[in-house]
Write a protein that binds this ligand. Structure first.
Ligand code: SF4
Ligand code: SF4
Length: 300
């Protein structure tokens, strides 16, 4: 079996305990407007073009069978409507101005990469995290990888937005040591407006996951104009308070790290001008969660 992967990140320290390898599976069924991994959304491979790295060597123009890559009057043009993602230009671009987001990878290829850092996992209490996109959209492939990791003795985590059938959770549950579960906003209509989908199923899954005995770290991205108000955080805290299995609630402040990725995909950056919530405000939200008896923290 193989699956579509858009990145494998070694030495990750933000996706669960210790030093980890994070495997990013491509494809997501939410469309959060602040998403910092826009290359994760589509289930298909996509060409990313980073013009600042281009040295105008013209190799991509030579190899493109569809005339999608051009240099006219010393300027580079990429017509995506002509591109069929064959990847030939990526192979020839030594400057790495062209990259392919999303590749079919086999179980063996991914496990080979994961094994490279097993000493770090053991020495740091780390392991392997499967993220996305939404990794549970590829739940059978994910199950195979999780079993491979467990057989090798690695701690496993699955980072999910939870918008899948409960059956997808059941497929991976026996092989997952920790779930990183995103909660964004509590009100159904608002959730639909900012992510493109409702949250009834997401909330049911979180409750059921807790009741199943799973260990859960909830992650809340704090987004200006979406949930950066005390009332929003209080509502989430009230919802989370009775749910079993939640060991930690982590607040993640909005940031601009994804802006270059939007441009590389030919997309408009939707959160231009948004500000990162200040540390004092984040601290206030952490304290609010603690008042509800939750073990809360925030990332920088
Ligand atoms: S191959 Fe890469 S560096 Fe050369 S012109 Fe094309 S994009 Fe630019
Ligand atoms: S991926 Fe293929 S079709 Fe698309 S621009 Fe590159 S060479 Fe041309």
């Amino acid at each position: 079996m193989d699956g579509i992967v858009f990145n494998i990140q070694r030495f990750s320290i933000h996706d669960g305990p210790g030093i980890r390898t994070t495997v990013f599976l491509k494809g997501c069924n939410l469309s959060c407007f602040w998403c910092h991994n826009p290359e994760s959304r589509s289930l298909k491979p996509e060409i990313q073009f980073f013009p600042e790295k281009c040295i105008l060597c013209g190799k991509c123009v030579e190899v493109c069978p569809n005339g999608a890559q051009q240099i006219i009057d010393g300027k580079r043009y990429f017509d995506r409507s002509l591109c069929d993602q064959c990847g030939k230009c990526v192979e020839t671009c030594y400057a790495k101005a062209l990259t392919l987001a999303g590749e079919d990878k086999t179980f063996a290829e991914i496990m080979d990469e994961i094994r490279r850092d097993e000493l770090y996992y053991k020495n740091s209490g780390g392991g392997v995290t499967f993220s996305g996109g939404e990794p549970l959209l590829q739940s059978e492939f994910l199950k195979e990888l999780l079993i491979g990791c467990k057989q090798a003795g690695y701690h496993t985590a699955v980072d999910t937005a939870g918008n899948v059938r409960w059956q997808n959770f059941l497929t991976v549950l026996p092989y997952t040591d920790l779930f990183l579960f995103d909660v964004k906003v509590l009100a159904e209509e608002k959730h639909r407006k900012v992510t493109g989908t409702g949250n009834v199923q997401i909330h049911q899954n979180l409750i059921q996951l807790g009741a199943s005995g799973a260990k859960i770290h909830v992650r809340i991205p704090v987004i200006p104009g979406v949930n950066d108000e005390m009332g929003e955080i209080q509502a989430i805290a009230q919802f989370l308070q009775p749910i079993q299995g939640i060991e930690l609630v982590e607040l993640l402040p909005f940031h601009h790290l994804g802006s270059g990725k939007y441009r590389s995909l030919g997309l408009e950056y939707p959160t231009q001008g948004y500000k990162t919530p200040p540390a004092e405000q984040m601290e206030g939200f952490v304290n609010c969660l603690k008042e509800f008896g939750l073990n809360a923290t925030r990332s920088a």
